[in-house]
Design a binder for this molecule. Structure first.
Ligand code: HEC
Length: 208
């Protein structure tokens, strides 16, 4: 009988195998409207997902959980589909203007979470705080989030619902955060220009 850890790894590997083709087919080249954030990297050919292998593996990263992740797509999830930026700020300094946690969200640049905990936190949120869940089955089926369902919480501590994200997009998002946000130190003009692309001259003036 394989150990629990081995079985857990096999299980996660199976999920990844299932998730990767979805990520591959859903890849869309970054939008090119002027006020949209730029692609995470500009040196990859259009349609070629920014590869994780061009970034250092940090102590917090479990690269096997992120295999096949599309960092460019992850940035789009952070900035748009997931609306993370509204609370966490474009650079993850926690200073987003969303009134639900204005200037008071977690500083993702300083986060010490590992890959699995990022995935769980984004999927299930942090009940009792403004951090919402993003797996739309969370707290409906107990097996998704820590054997808990909505009825287990009183109103004040009930998990908040965020944007619905597919599992493959949560992987893309974590790959983006762990390569471009976590451990990146003080925000630089260069990071701002990379994020905002064509609209950087307007968006990054406070860093010039
Ligand atoms: C409505 C505001 C809001 C939105 C939207 C939001 N967050 Fe959060 N997030 C928070 C707050 C507030 C916390 C801190 C919760 C606490 O008190 O522990 C947090 C905590 C976190 C943490 C835990 C960090 C750590 O080091 O413990 C992660 C990771 C995270 N958020 C990622 C995301 C991502 C990725 C998205 C987008 C999919 C997102 N959040 C969307 C408000 C938000």
């Amino acid at each position: 009988m394989p150990s629990f850890a081995t079985r857990a790894k096999l299980f996660l590997a199976a999920i990844l195998v299932a998730a990767v083709p979805v990520a591959a087919f859903s890849f869309q080249p970054p939008a090119t409207t002027t006020d949209a954030p730029a692609a995470a990297t500009t040196d990859t050919a259009a349609g070629d997902p920014a590869s994780l292998s061009s970034y250092p593996v940090t102590e917090f990263m479990n690269a096997s959980l992120l295999e096949g992740a599309d960092i460019t797509k992850g940035q789009q999830v952070f900035a748009r589909t997931g609306a993370c930026l509204t609370c966490h700020g474009w650079n993850g300094d926690g200073m987003g203007k969303n009134p639900r946690s204005e200037g008071d969200a977690a500083k993702l640049r300083e986060s010490q979470l590992d890959t699995q905990t990022f995935i769980d936190t984004i999927s299930c949120g942090i009940p009792g705080t403004p951090m919402p869940y993003h797996n739309n089955q969370a707290y409906k089926k107990p097996e998704i989030c820590f054997d808990q369902v909505m009825a287990d919480f009183d109103a004040a501590n009930a998990p908040r619902k965020g944007k619905s994200l597919r599992p493959a997009d949560i992987i893309n998002l974590v790959a983006y955060i762990q390569t471009h946000v976590q451990g990146q130190g003080p925000t630089t003009l260069e990071q701002c220009q990379e994020f905002f692309g064509a609209s950087a001259s307007k968006a990054c003036t406070n860093l010039e």
